[in-house]
Design a protein around this ligand. Structure first.
Ligand code: C2E
Ligand code: MG
Ligand code: MG
Length: 674
């Protein structure tokens, strides 16, 4: 069809040449005309007018001169007023125009089509080049996590080639699936923005480590790619190395922010410098290493392992005083400088406090992780005059502690004063006493003075140490108290004593009362009442047959708080006894307020009964007072007939002592009862 043959198509007026027409076409690429059913043009846009070299309004009213049919685009050839033939792509859509049926016709010149195609081609080439040559790894994965795009940088950074990964799930690059590209894919899919997130300790295909920085976003779902995620990954290993190096130069550990080994050594050196010239210089270096950390790290993943180290560092720092210095001196090792320690025992005490705090589980992402530590202690100047020597000595001692099973501390020095050595042996030994079955109980009979009947026993704790032999409680209970081990030991005593009482009952022996000593730490623990309740329930012992012995000093020291605990224990029906009465320097008036049942006169008074009359007077007065308060009185440490005779003449209800019986093994008690 030929436009030029149609009436009304005049030469251009407003637009001079095709160059300008081309410029207009770029601004508004498609020519649009509205053609009536009779073939007349009702409307034409600027692009259409330019296409036919007409001025504004120059096409309206002209015959379109070509059949207009809806449907796919067709190509038509037109001759323009300048006699040039041109191929035009035409697409028609039926519409209503000012109340009448008409066709909307879009016209695109071949030149324009070429331009669009070329421009598309160019931008796709550009995109391709951007993706291909990007120094960043660009990876796309579909909604199921399968890789759909994997550029050269991804192959270079992570080691897998595109052939290895395309169509497969994102490769596992970390022990911690959350802290990996796959984890970021999941976040982006859930609609979270992942912007520059650092992914440490990722492994490449060949197993070497790489640190990544990751950006991830979900792609626009409207393009038919629902759930597709694009990840961009930068290799930041080098930057991390440099940063770590700078931190090392500055003297700090990157992960925990604590001083590093170099800085620690400097500080030790400085402290040693200040000590010169003092008569008794003492400075301790503790080296603490986590036991079996490699295994823990493997099982929880490197990312979580880092969090664990950070939590350990915080906890350790929280235990120390401000004057102490803690540094991270190895992957899983910390060094501690204790200044101003005048006694080795202080070192042991700090070490045990640190070990004790480590036994509490660490919570990482809702998961409980248990770790223990080993500590080596070096002493200045015994183990070395230079910082490096001290650190080395502490390291050696730590290794020995590890070799012995961990969760312990060791001195490097062998010629420790016996005090410190004893404390150390006791503390590290006690830590394993229960599990190694080294604890046992003896039971000392208590007799009714009037009838001579055996009415109860007191459970007394013993420890059979593999080297030290049987250790008396006075030598280890205060230590267990000071390092917090009394809680598990006290629980063990309570359970074992009640179980024993039940065993005697089951054997058909006459019912006895069981007295159990309770230490202050145990008594004031939050869950003590619950523990007593539980033990009573599990052993089936009637509460009134369990007597808890509390020392007078505990009651005086604890004052108001103690009364509350006593009342709640009393509410359970168990009996309460004041042990070692007379040694706590208490005013007697405080007794009135306490819900006690028994008062135990301390053996120091009983022992001196024969020495002086005044002790007799004290014991008599205590007896009278107790009876006035409705308390049962028991005298302990009765060793002679004379003491027993004296006690018979006072208000004394029961007696206990070597004269009547030494503490016995369970079958010894059974024989007595039978
Ligand atoms: P305690 O509760 O006053 O126990 C009485 C102590 O006197 C026991 O010493 C007992 O063996 C001793 N004894 C008894 N009769 C005589 C006697 O006629 N002469 C002499 N010289 N001593 C006598 P043991 O067993 O060495 O206990 C010492 C302390 O250790 C106890 O004093 C108690 O405070 C504490 N203890 C013992 N077992 C435990 C326990 O399971 N838990 C707690 N927290 N402390 C305990
Ligand atoms: Mg006692
Ligand atoms: Mg006592």
């Amino acid at each position: 069809m030929d436009y030029t043959s149609s009436p009304g198509l005049a030469p251009p007026t407003a637009f001079g040449g095709s160059g300008e027409a081309g410029a207009a076409a770029i601004a508004d690429p498609d020519g649009v005309v509205v053609v009536a059913d009779d073939g007349r043009i009702l409307y034409a846009n600027g692009a259409a007018e330019s296409l036919f070299l007409r001025g504004p309004g120059g096409l309206a009213g002209c015959l379109f001169g070509h059949p207009v049919v809806g449907g796919d685009s067709t190509e038509i050839e037109v001759f323009r007023p300048d006699r040039r033939k041109m191929t035009v792509e035409m697409r028609c859509t039926p519409i209503e125009w000012e109340g009448r049926a008409a066709h909307l016709v879009t016209l695109r010149s071949g030149q324009e089509r070429r331009r669009v195609r070329e421009s598309l081609h160019k931008s796709s080439e550009l995109l391709h080049a951007l993706v291909a040559y990007s120094p960043m790894a660009i990876v796309a994965a579909d909604g199921a996590g399968r890789v759909t795009l994997w550029n050269r940088a991804a192959a270079a950074i992570l080691g897998w080639r595109d052939l290895d990964v395309l169509g497969n799930p994102l490769p596992a690059t970390s022990d911690d699936p959350l802290e990996s590209p796959a984890g970021m894919w999941r976040l982006a899919l859930a609609g979270e923005a992942v912007i520059g997130r650092e992914l440490m300790s990722q492994h490449r295909n060949d197993g070497t480590e790489v640190a990544l920085q990751c950006w991830a976003a979900q792609m626009d779902g409207s393009r038919g790619l629902p759930g597709s995620v694009v990840l961009m990954l930068a290799d930041v290993t080098q930057r991390h190395r440099v940063e770590a190096h700078i931190r090392r130069l500055v003297g700090h550990d990157g992960l925990t922010g604590l001083p590093n080994r170099r800085q620690f050594r400097k500080q030790v050196e400085r402290t040693i410098g200040k000590l010169q010239g003092r008569d008794r210089p003492h400075l301790l270096v503790l080296q603490l290493g986590l036991d079996r950390f490699k295994i823990v790290n493997k099982s929880i993943g490197h990312g979580a392992g880092d969090h664990l180290l950070l939590a350990v560092a915080r906890r350790l720092a929280g235990v120390l005083y401000e004057t102490d210095l803690i540094a991270r001196t190895g992957g899983d090792e910390f060094s501690i400088l204790l200044r101003d320690t005048h006694h080795l025992r202080d070192g042991v005490r700090v070490a045990n406090r640190l070990l004790q705090h480590m036994t509490e589980p660490f919570e990482l992402d809702g998961q409980e992780v248990f770790v223990t530590a080993s500590i080596g202690i070096a002493v200045y100047p015994n183990d070395g005059a230079r910082a490096e020597d001290l650190i080395h000595a502490a390291d050696n001692a730590m290794d020995r502690a590890k070799q012995q099973g961990g969760n312990a501390c060791q001195f490097n020095t062998l010629d420790l004063d016996s005090d410190a050595r004893h404390q150390l042996m006791v503390e590290s030994g006690l830590r394993h006493a229960i599990e190694r079955d080294e604890l046992f109980l003896e039971y000392q009979p208590q007799y009714e003075l009037g009838s001579g009947r055996l009415v109860g026993v007191e459970a007394l704790l013993r420890w059979r140490h593999p080297v030290m032999g049987v250790v008396p409680p006075a030598r280890f209970i205060p230590i267990a108290e000071s390092c917090g081990l009394i809680a598990p030991i006290g629980s063990w005593v309570l359970q074992t004593a009640c179980r024993q009482l039940r065993a005697w009952d089951d054997a058909g022996l006459p019912p006895l009362r069981m007295a159990v000593n309770v230490s202050a730490r145990q008594f004031f623990a939050d869950d003590f009442k619950a523990e007593v309740k539980q033990v009573l329930r599990s052993s089936g012992i009637p509460p009134e047959r369990l007597e808890l012995e509390l020392t007078e000093s505990l009651l005086v020291r604890g004052a108001a708080g103690a009364i509350e605990v006593l009342r709640s224990l009393h509410g359970l029906g168990v009996r309460l006894s004041i042990d070692d009465f007379g040694t706590g320097y208490s005013g007697l008036s405080y007794l009135v307020d306490l819900p006690m049942d028994t008062l135990k006169i301390d053996q120091s008074f009983v022992r001196r009964l024969e020495q002086s009359h005044s002790y007799g007077a004290i014991v008599t007065a205590i007896g009278e007072l107790a009876h006035g308060l409705d308390l049962r009185v028991i005298a302990e440490g009765v060793e002679t007939e004379a003491q027993l005779d004296f006690l018979r003449r006072t208000y004394c209800d029961e007696v206990q002592g070597y004269l009547l019986s030494r503490p016995l093994a369970p079958d010894g008690v059974a024989r007595l009862l039978a």
